[in-house]
Design a protein around this ligand. Structure first.
Ligand code: ADP
Ligand code: ZN
Length: 621
């Protein structure tokens, strides 16, 4: 079988056996000089889509490829990784002083670079454009790759006005192929990218946004922190993960609690000093088994591939946020968890934030709709993946015969569904009676006490034992009633007044439920049954090492120790030297010669030459 030049590069430079998904089609198209729009989920392998054609075009004498990237830390790591693979690359951004920048410019003009990474604001300066002009006149501009292309769109959350200036690339260098890459899926952003970056003539490569290696689990919040600890200890001891919380204060509390429980955890939120944030981020990228507890301020540009879990201790605002945050797990394709606990309080908080925001009513209505969609995902009893992808307009294609994914909590342990409309009506009439009797409104705790027939001090004080709804739901548990209330809030049949101690009120929507127009369904709580369920894999120090026997485990540990040393010498995250999966494969096969070593995925020619002998030595001892 003959190999194409691009396959040869994939093998020789990156040490990978085959392209993934649409990579090959993209690479060939761009190599041939075509424009491309590439939409691929996080972890899909976007970098290779421009790195391979860049190397190929350089080898054809077509010069340097320019990569536009908004994130300094990412540029640094990407260039570091390319060096490790033996590719000449550099970056120009504000982290360089004038001298260093000048040196990069000289190398560029001498034709030494295969790839140059630049921030958009740098690229569009007259000085830089003059450099590009020079290269262009010599026929040495091989390709423009615009990474994180959604930054051009003001619909997205990462709008960067500098991206708008990139139209100059098309105007000045129309004959140089251009590709735009992003992991942001929605149609509005996509259309905006095409328009703003003038990619009307580009071929579109749109991947499925499914992340098959991520297992989605959403459970009811009881004692959230304890549930989280149990989850980490059981499923991901000593593995890297991110825990998202709603507020800064909560981030601090949770980070402390995890540390107290013996984990290595760091806080990250916008209230921390920027130097501290930077240190924590670097530690997260470089250390093993570190848990980052963070607000949504953390995550953009984090491309650590072996994040094994993303946990939400509080419910995010909408499915877009949930999908983006959970997407940071498992970029390496190995099994990873997206785990969330949610409860009534989350729904109340999110509703209140929307209600109290200064936005206009139509915007608030849209936000409420998005929150409801997320709540519906949380309360769903069918496949989470089908719903998640459906929300983004994609119809899930199951790999097997069935329609469901087999890798979410509902697929693995289908929950029962129950009609709870009757109970919902009791709850609504209780809110009504209380209001009618006392002319006052009360919060969830009090209403539930009355329903369950609990004679609390407050119930006694207000004489609410005498109400006809006192004790009418005595046979139901509090958590069941809370689940019903969550549904009612999500449906808009109960309103929570955030200005007045989160008191509950009936709404126009309450009638539909009371009159029988709307059915309220509840999932049977799997949380109660879930504590003893069998797990898919035994806890190990690393997913990649899960299958190793005892001898191989020891080799794996030794290899990791060696890698940590090399990484710190090179000031790079360990995974840029070798992935865990590569080390595990080496540990497993225990190669005794360079030849045997070269067959392992992730070992390109340069790494073999640089590290081969040492790796063999580590394996042998
Ligand atoms: P993205 O930018 O799309 O999130 P990356 O380009 O960072 O993804 O790639 C994710 C991971 O997958 C990286 O660690 C990369 O080395 C690996 N990868 C990409 N393509 C391949 C391939 N064809 N074979 C093996 N590993 C790959
Ligand atoms: Zn499923």
């Amino acid at each position: 079988m003959s190999t194409s030049p691009t396959q040869e590069i994939l093998r020789q430079v990156f040490g990978y056996e085959s392209f993934r998904g649409p990579q090959q089609a993209i690479v060939e198209h761009v190599l041939a000089g075509g424009d491309a729009l590439v939409l691929m989920p996080t972890g899909g392998g976007k970098s290779l889509c421009y790195q391979v054609p860049a190397i190929a075009r350089q080898r054809l004498g077509l010069g340097t490829s320019i990569v536009v990237s908004p994130l300094i830390s990412l540029m640094h790591d990407q260039v570091g990784a390319l060096h490790e693979a033996g590719v000449e690359a550099a970056y120009l951004n504000s982290s360089l002083d004038a001298d260093e920048a000048m040196q990069v410019e000289r190398r560029l003009l001498r034709g030494e670079l295969t790839l140059l990474y630049a921030a958009p604001e740098r690229l569009t300066t007259p000085r830089f454009l003059a450099l590009l002009d020079t290269l262009d006149q010599r026929g040495q501009l091989a390709l423009f790759a615009i990474d994180e292309a959604h930054c051009v769109s003001q619909w997205g959350h990462d709008f960067r006005p500098e991206y708008r200036l990139l139209t100059v690339l098309h105007e000045r260098y129309a004959h140089v192929p251009r590709m735009a890459l992003t992991a942001t899926a929605d149609a509005l952003t996509r259309a905006d990218i095409v328009e703003r970056l003038q990619l009307e003539g580009a071929q579109h490569f749109i991947s499925s946004f499914d992340r098959p290696n991520i297992r989605y689990t959403i459970v009811e919040k009881k004692d959230g922190l304890v549930q989280l600890l149990r989850f980490i200890e059981r499923e991901h001891p000593q593995e890297a993960g991110i825990v998202y919380c709603q507020s800064r204060r909560r981030v601090e509390e949770v980070a402390q609690a995890l540390c107290k429980a013996g984990l290595t955890a760091l806080p990250y939120h916008a209230g921390l000093d920027s130097a501290i944030r930077q240190t924590h981020q670097n530690r997260f990228l470089r250390e093993e088994g570190l848990v980052m507890v963070a607000t949504i301020a953390f995550g953009m540009g984090i491309d650590r591939p072996d994040v094994r879990f993303v946990a939400h201790l509080d419910m995010p605002k909408n499915i877009e946020g949930y999908y983006q945050e959970t997407g940071r797990a498992g970029r390496d394709g190995a099994p990873a968890d997206a785990w969330m606990v949610y409860g009534l309080q989350d729904v109340i908080n999110q509703r209140r934030m929307i209600d109290e925001s200064p936005a206009d009513e139509s915007f608030k209505q849209a936000m409420r709709g998005k929150l409801e969609a997320l709540l519906a995902l949380a309360e769903a009893t069918d496949c989470r993946r089908v719903r998640l992808l459906g929300y983004f307009g994609e119809q899930y294609q199951a790999p097997g015969a069935g329609e469901a994914c087999g890798n979410c909590d509902n697929c693995l342990q289908p929950p029962g569904v129950r009609d709870a409309t009757e109970l919902a009506r009791k709850l609504l009439s209780c809110i009504y009676r209380v209001q009618q009797a006392s002319g006052l409104s009360f919060g969830a705790g009090h209403i539930l006490d009355i329903l369950r027939g609990k004679a609390s001090d407050k119930v006694m004080q207000h004489g609410h034992m005498g109400l006809s709804t006192f004790g009418i739901a005595a046979s139901h548990s509090e958590s069941e009633l809370r689940a019903v209330l969550r549904q009612l809030i999500a449906l808009g049949a109960v309103a929570v007044d955030g200005q007045a101690f989160n008191t509950l009120h009936l709404t126009a929507g309450s009638r539909d439920v009371l009159k029988g127009g709307v059915q309220v369904n509840l999932r049977e709580s799997v949380a109660a049954a879930g504590s003893g369920r069998a797990r898919r894999r035994a806890p190990t120090a690393s997913a990649a090492a899960a299958q190793l026997d005892a001898q191989a485990q020891i080799r794996f540990i030794n290899l990791k120790a060696w890698r940590a040393e090399v990484a710190s010498q090179h000031n790079l995250p360990a995974y840029l030297i070798f992935h865990d999966a590569t080390l595990a494969a080496i540990a497993q096969s225990a190669p005794q010669s360079l030849d045997a070593l070269s067959g392992i995925s992730g070992l390109g020619a340069k790494k073999l030459q640089a590290y081969g002998a040492e790796v063999l030595r580590v394996v042998a001892c």
